[in-house]
Design a protein around this ligand. Structure first.
Ligand code: GSH
Length: 263
């Protein structure tokens, strides 16, 4: 269902079909959960003027009629309230603070851990016009060059996997963070994995990780919405074959494949 006037501004890569923001993915999944479709507008880092009407400078930005809602968490709350007759993103209202904790854990722990693995891949995904902004803003944040941030990639990957331990233990006992069916807390964490999948050929999970079947289930949910989204990474984690037929190494020149071409 396309709700009247529902428009989502999403961060896009050099290929405008590559929508890689972890926070925008939370919103994509939330909309799908509610059975809603939005007009999805590609947005780039340097396009600040295009969303200035919202009084802030970040995406996701959801426009619904006269309402401008930014911040993925606030968008989730807005969707829950505005489309209350549709499947709940949280279940009982008492579950909202717990989902908020999961969102905060994903943003504060998982996001920086993944950034230390894929930051240079992200740089290679963004549009040429976005590169100097991305480099300078992220180098300022990390206090070092992008190359230095990802220099010890194996150690950063290992640190990320260690950070997943609470999730790993939980998913030994249940299919989703929210129980038998997925809901918003799942999407908060899944958005982080979509970020990596979209931008990088690096496989974040080991083959026997119990987080992996959870990620697979979410890739397949809502008619394979996430699996079929353009990305750099095959679902099984194998490296991308470039147009030349060679194996694309992480950080190599970007060729975006549509997931529709893959299994
Ligand atoms: N807490 C916000 C974070 C939004 C955010 O940081 N969005 C990034 C894209 S992933 C952005 O718009 N960055 C623009 C910039 O860095 O200038 C949310 O959950 O939506």
């Amino acid at each position: 269902m396309t709700a009247p006037g529902l428009t989502l501004f999403e961060l896009a890569g050099a290929n405008s079909e590559l929508r890689f923001s972890p926070h925008c993915w939370k919103t994509r999944m939330a909309l799908a959960h509610k059975g809603l479709e939005a007009d999805r507008v590609p947005w780039r880092f340097v396009d600040k003027a295009k969303i200035a009407f919202s009084g802030q400078s970040l995406v996701p930005l959801l426009v619904h009629g006269d309402e401008n809602i930014s911040d993925s968490w606030r968008i989730a709350l807005y969707l829950e309230k505005s489309f209350s007759a549709r499947p709940s993103l949280f279940g009982a209202s008492s579950a909202i603070p717990v989902a908020h904790f999961v969102n905060t854990w994903a943003d504060a722990t998982l996001l920086p851990a993944i950034a230390r693995v894929i930051l240079l891949d992200i740089y290679n995904c963004v549009d040429a016009g976005d590169r100097s902004y991305l480099r300078s803003s992220r180098e300022k944040y990390f206090g070092m060059s992008l190359e230095a941030v990802v220099a010890d990639q194996p150690a950063h990957l290992s640190a990320f996997r260690t950070a997943l331990q609470p999730l790993r233990r939980m998913l030994k006992k249940q299919d989703f963070i929210c129980g038998e069916v997925p809901a918003y807390a799942d999407y908060c964490v899944f958005g982080m994995f979509m970020w990596a999948r979209c931008c990088s050929t690096i496989e974040l999970l080991e083959d026997d990780d119990t987080v992996l079947p959870w990620r697979e289930r979410l890739l397949d949910s809502f008619g394979r919405l996430a699996r079929s989204a353009p990305s750099r990474q095959y679902p099984d984690g194998r490296p991308l074959m470039t147009e030349e037929g060679t194996v694309g190494a992480p950080n190599s020149a970007l060729s975006v494949t549509s997931g529709l071409d893959r299994n």
